[in-house]
Design a protein around this ligand. Sequence first.
Ligand code: C2O
Ligand code: CU
Ligand code: CU
Length: 481
Amino acid sequence: MSLRTALLFTVPSLALAAAGCGADSVPGPDPVTVHQPPGWDSTVSLQPAVDNNPDPHIVEVDLEARLGEVEILPGIKTSAWTYNGSIPGPLIRASVGDRLIVHFKNQLPDATTVHWHGIRLPASMDGTPDESQPPVLTGGSFTYDFVVPDASFFWYHPHVQSAVQVGYGLSGPLLVADPADPPDLGDELVLVLSDMALNDDGTLKDPKAGGDFGTLFGREGNALLVNGRIDPIIEARAGLRQRWRLVNAAKSRYFQLAMTGHTFTRIGGDGGLIERPVETEMVVIAPGERADVLVVPHGPPGSTLPVRWVPFDHGYGTTFERPEEELLRIHFEDAPEAKAPPLGAVGREIATLDTKGANPVALELTMGKENDMLVMGINGVPSWEATPLMAHVGDTEVWSVKNTMDFAHPFHLHGFFFQPLGEDGAPVHPMEWKDTLNVPVDKTMRFAVKYDDRPGMWMFHCHILDHADAGMMGMLHVMKP
Ligand code: C2O
Ligand code: CU
Ligand code: CU
């Protein structure tokens, strides 16, 4: 457009606005002064981890795994497994590049460890027995001490009998903020999605319920939870943008979220911001994955907008006669709709990993029987019989993970982010860094990974923890060159 045309088009509208006529000039609420109502997120507030270190670049917290009384079913006490007494565990906040020191104590009746899902830390801090650390026995302690090099939403959970321990309540959020994030992304909510299997009297259900069949389907809890609460209500101002940091911390359940008449804008995933925002009708988060989404909830003052859990087809019988469920509700305060400021540029450039000459790694997720018991595995071998894969620091590899079973598997690699690749071997767009990737039924998923200078033993496994514990797990030995 020439300068003259630009003037022709812009000057009259400017003049109109200056003259105070036209529908646009009716003063709406000032986007700068309109906020969410006070205490808007109090029903989903998380216990904050207390930082005991005055150094602004060191976050030093105490974390204790212990039995605790929590109220999940209304008015009923549940004796659960907790970090610092709450479900989920305390929200640890850090900034990218900070050092995180966690003084961990185990007061549970069983041995445990803390695994920092997604963090690129030294293998000795990864919390995976027995290669990276021996389990912390009852009454024992361990100090986790590492730098958080990437901004994203992470989580922590035990890695000993994880299906049982996560199912009993053990998991917590770790948010590594990027001070360089655009400030206008919206009012932030940290939402830990999970479930628990509870009897009517509040006691924990048998974690082995349903035998082999339960293992195969993955055992889902009957209580659907957002930050440890059933169907909480958020009090919001209609029209304001919200930024939801989501993690699926359930041991087996997939989360697919929907809001009638609304879309979600996904801006980030496991490993920080993605290449560019994607607008979707529904957000799907497989066990272990995270999603960073923007939503602008609309509705008449005083009305309620449900956020629904919608069954996601991840294999045989997983949607069959299954009703949707309300996950949480947004209640709009009695005030006119606000106007969210326009969303600025958000995204980041992600350099493609060079896969020329990369070592191919072919895995197949499998199942079989041993002594008439269901055993899951990788390439036909259960974790307890597997020999570690070998690689060297500096190597780039292309993994392909094949699934010929009747159920999908969210495949997770510890310690390194990877780039999902399409069938043609080129990165999937929008590009993103991931640590957990869903492998649908009858599909082969591929990714490229480069091992930076953190040698050691790293785990990979299905993040349906019932599957992992049944043997769908393996080790990767990254050696010094
Ligand atoms: Cu969430 Cu072995 O991982
Ligand atoms: Cu992990
Ligand atoms: Cu699986």
